[in-house]
Design a protein around this ligand. Structure first.
Ligand SMILES: Cc1ncc(COP(=O)(O)O)c(C=O)c1O
Length: 390
């Protein structure tokens, strides 16, 4: 796979390029889309071939017999993450935002609160609020340029109305791969406050060399009675449009409760997603992923090196994800001015820090899962629009 290919995605109804104009007022003729978390790369050939087989056959009826699909997931988790799981514990949802919403629906009531560690992936708060639940923001502490957890501080923020804690592991944004000690701390915290612990591990495969992601179920097996694992192939293989994800629940009581909501809402998988996931979670997919991570690592280094030349800007050292988290607060500009320079002057669409909750203001999130040529262009533009800071 050549990740350097510049694939023109404009006019294909893709959110990343085609929604830039309506959302940011930026034309895709010359602006750079570095916002929503999808990549400008084709998935592994095995995924394309699975779709081609479907196309050649030309019949798109209901999917049946999930054994190969479930086995592929189990194979991947065992091989890539040392996690042996029972295929009967997997629920298929329409992605993990849907999975999160289903968890909120299953284990909380309107008026309850759901805790999240901010700044964090914005859709958590979006679905929690839309469901009439309160968001309890537990701010991460910025220490030596990276995030750490603050269990003592968080204890004081809890009101007793919290029923659930959503963990993002690895973390988006900020790219932390949580350590065993941190994960065990989260499990203790959830137990202390009697919370259902939902561990969103969608970024589990996008981990840079030298780091190791530990699934929460391995870090804290004793948390099983409150633990809901969520994983997906969609971020890993750039197939988010397939809208498919896994909610994995080992505890019988939790599993039954979730199964009732899943059934009540009539959720069933789409065949395109099932075929794509089965093909992706394979040795071919694994080899492709290793190449991808090497490519992303080089993009990350090039992007960070560029940011490091701009006084006052700081890119958080990432352990995982392809989402650079850039702090502009040292540049002596207001967060609005920081946004304006990047958006209107450099013509780069990013995600605005404040949308990630407490602690996010002043940051911008840049998606660097694009060709290296685009990274170089972004760096050139950023250096130019901030040249007065030199
Ligand atoms: C932590 C996290 N969870 C979930 C999602 C989206 O999941 P899905 O596309 O499966 O709904 C994202 C996308 O960026 C994410 O970062």
């Amino acid at each position: 796979m050549n990740f350097d290919d510049n694939i023109d995605r404009r006019g294909t109804h893709c959110s990343k390029w085609d929604m830039m104009e309506p959302l940011y007022g930026l034309s895709s003729d010359d602006a750079l889309p570095m916002w929503v978390a999808d990549m400008d790369f084709r998935p592994p050939a095995a995924v394309q071939e699975a779709l081609e087989r479907m196309l050649r056959h030309g019949i798109y009826g209901y999917f049946g017999d999930e054994r190969a699909y479930r086995e592929a997931i189990c194979w991947w988790m065992a091989n890539r993450h040392g996690w042996q799981l029972d295929p009967a514990t997997i629920f298929t949802t329409h992605g993990l935002v849907n999975g999160t919403a289903l968890c909120v629906d299953t284990w909380t009531e309107p008026g309850d609160a759901v805790a999240v560690m901010t700044p964090v992936y914005h859709a958590f708060a979006r679905v929690v609020r839309a469901a009439g639940r309160e968001v309890r923001e537990l701010p991460l502490v910025l220490e030596d340029g990276r995030y750490r957890m603050d269990f003592d501080g968080w204890n004081d923020r809890m009101t007793g109305r919290e029923k659930m804690l959503i963990l993002c592991s690895p973390h988006n944004p900020g790219g932390r791969v949580w350590t065993l000690e941190e994960l065990r701390g989260v499990a203790d915290f959830a137990a202390r406050h009697n919370l259902i612990l939902v561990s969103d591990e969608i970024h589990q495969d996008l981990v840079f060399p030298g780091q190791r992601h530990i699934p929460m179920t391995i870090a804290a097996p004793e948390a099983v009675e409150r633990l809901v694992m969520m994983t997906a192939s969609t971020k890993t293989f750039n197939i988010a449009g397939a809208h498919i994800g896994n909610v994995i629940i080992a505890d019988e009581k939790l599993k039954n409760a979730f199964a009732r909501r899943h059934l009540a809402l009539g959720i069933s998988p789409n065949s395109f997603g099932m075929h794509m996931v089965t093909a992706a979670y394979s040795p071919e997919g694994a080899a492709w992923l290793d190449g991808l991570v090497r490519y992303l690592d080089n993009n990350r280094k090039a992007f960070d090196a560029g940011i490091a030349t701009i006084p006052g800007l700081r890119s958080m050292p990432l352990e995982a994800t392809y989402l650079a988290w850039v702090d502009g607060s040292g540049a002596g500009l207001s967060s609005q001015e920081f946004i304006m320079r990047v958006e209107k002057d450099a013509r780069i669409a990013t995600n605005h820090g404040h949308t990630f909750g407490l602690g996010g203001d002043g940051f911008l999130r840049f998606n660097f899962a694009c060709s290296r040529a685009m990274i170089d262009e972004a760096v050139t533009r950023l250096k130019s629009v901030f040249s007065d800071l030199q």
